[in-house]
Design a protein around this ligand. Structure first.
Ligand SMILES: Nc1ncnc2c1ncn2[C@@H]1O[C@H](COP(=O)(O)OP(=O)(O)OP(=O)(O)O)[C@@H](O)[C@H]1O
Ligand SMILES: [Mg+2]
Length: 399
């Protein structure tokens, strides 16, 4: 005879009963008929809800923990969570997670909750769960060691620039530069390696835009939630099984230009849509923001060149359009677990090449120093903001 369900084993006990041939109702009746306390029954219901509707009894509490930013599942044996200090392995996940079949079932269910499918015909999925958590999942044989699930938690409290200052992500004296980039309606590329806080910082900065402005955000799946009264979200659509009906970011950029936007915001620029974005930024659309993945601000030009190549643009065309259309590059970095502003640069065209020239460098201790691009930055955002960042006299010393 199988053991009775306990508070800890509720959902897996019911799963075992169902696997042994009972209907779900019979399994629940069997549990209820046993001498179970009301606490155990409540816990059983909670576990079942998590198993059947949510992220499961292992992942749901991890995702709910306020300090967890990422939860990564590499098949049934490797589960990792980032609580702000890097990835830490979750001990003994198989006990709760089950076998590969259960992990795959979980991934399929999460994908369905995002309105997406995950199966042999569509083995990679990217989506947003109803609570805002971002999901990415890959099933075998693409994921060679078992179903891989990557979850990025969503905090329904959008951080403000003041919050980022309080978290030491932006030094207080550098905040006026970021604020001025927004209010001066500069076109800005926000760069950083993966998970450095690009989306969070962008949402915070968009919250500083004039409430009278209409912001159109274009994303793979909606992540940006700026504290602003007039935001329109457009998200891409994947092709269906016949590979028809795809709506790309490039399509959305073209659509956005007809929506009377005051700002066009590209959640992440990662492909040929760069041609349409640069087209928009060079035809009078101001106040645009886009994030790109890059390890340093100096790497942004080569990243843009690579994306432009996908759109069939030559380096010289890209250089000409980016240098005239993009006013600044704001770069974020993660140092010892802390996400922070690291550089502000400006883009220059040198012959056919595009270069990012450093205007401000933020040291890990928050001190800001000027680089050769500082005058160009000051001419766009104003001397006062740059002087505030550098502290009295520092600008003179550099110039
Ligand atoms: N300054 C910060 N302090 C603490 N946590 C932060 C900070 N900025 C972002 N986070 C958290 O870090 C995680 C990653 O942030 P975010 O999604 O903004 O990064 P990203 O650079 O856009 O990532 P990706 O490269 O995957 O798009 C999120 O869970 C977010 O809540
Ligand atoms: Mg992001």
């Amino acid at each position: 005879m199988r053991a009775r369900p306990t508070a800890r084993s509720g959902a897996s006990w019911v799963r075992a009963e169902v696997a042994a041939g009972r209907t779900l109702g019979e399994a629940l009746d069997a549990g209820t008929a046993g001498a179970l306390g009301s606490g155990t029954l409540l816990r059983l219901e909670h576990d079942l809800r998590a198993e059947l509707l949510g992220a499961g009894t292992l992942l749901a509490p991890l995702l709910a923990a306020p300090d967890v930013t990422d939860v990564l599942v590499n098949g049934p044996t490797g589960v990792w969570a980032d609580r702000g200090d890097g990835l830490v392995r979750v001990p003994d996940p198989r006990r709760v997670l089950g076998d590969e079949g259960a992990v795959r079932g979980l991934a399929t269910r999460l994908a369905a909750a995002c309105g997406r499918r995950l199966d042999d015909a569509a083995p990679v999925v990217d989506g947003t769960l109803p609570d805002g958590t971002r999901l990415h999942a890959v099933i075998p044989p693409l994921a060679a060691d078992g179903t891989t699930i990557s979850l990025r938690t969503f905090r329904d409290t959008t951080l403000s620039l003041a919050d980022l200052v309080a978290l030491r992500a932006v030094p207080a004296h550098a905040a006026p530069v970021l604020r001025a980039l927004v209010t001066a309606r500069a076109n800005v590329v926000l760069s950083g390696a993966t998970g450095t806080g690009k989306t969070t910082t962008l949402a915070a900065l968009l919250g500083l835009a004039d409430p009278g402005e209409r912001i159109v955000c274009l994303e793979d799946s909606v992540e940006l939630r700026p504290a602003h009264p007039h935001v329109v979200h457009l998200q891409v659509r994947r092709p269906n099984v016949q590979m028809a009906g795809e709506i790309t970011l490039a399509d959305l950029v073209r659509a956005a230009m007809r929506m009377r936007p005051d700002r066009i915001v590209l959640g992440e620029c990662r492909g040929a849509e760069i041609r349409d974005v640069l087209g928009a930024l060079n035809t009078g659309h101001e106040g645009g923001w886009a994030t790109v993945h890059a390890n340093t601000a100096q790497d942004v030009p080569s990243r843009l060149v690579a994306l432009a190549a996908l759109a069939g643009m030559s380096e010289s065309t890209l250089a000409a359009q980016a240098a005239s259309g993009i006013d600044a590059v704001v770069h974020l970095r993660r140092t010892d677990g802390r996400r922070h502003l690291a550089q502000v640069g400006v883009l220059h065209r040198i012959g056919d090449r595009l270069e990012c020239v450093e205007a401000l460098t933020v040291a890990a201790d928050g001190r800001v120093s000027a680089g050769p691009g500082v005058d160009r930055l000051a001419s766009r955002v104003g001397d006062a903001a740059v002087a505030a960042a550098l502290g009295a006299g520092a600008r003179v010393a550099v110039a």
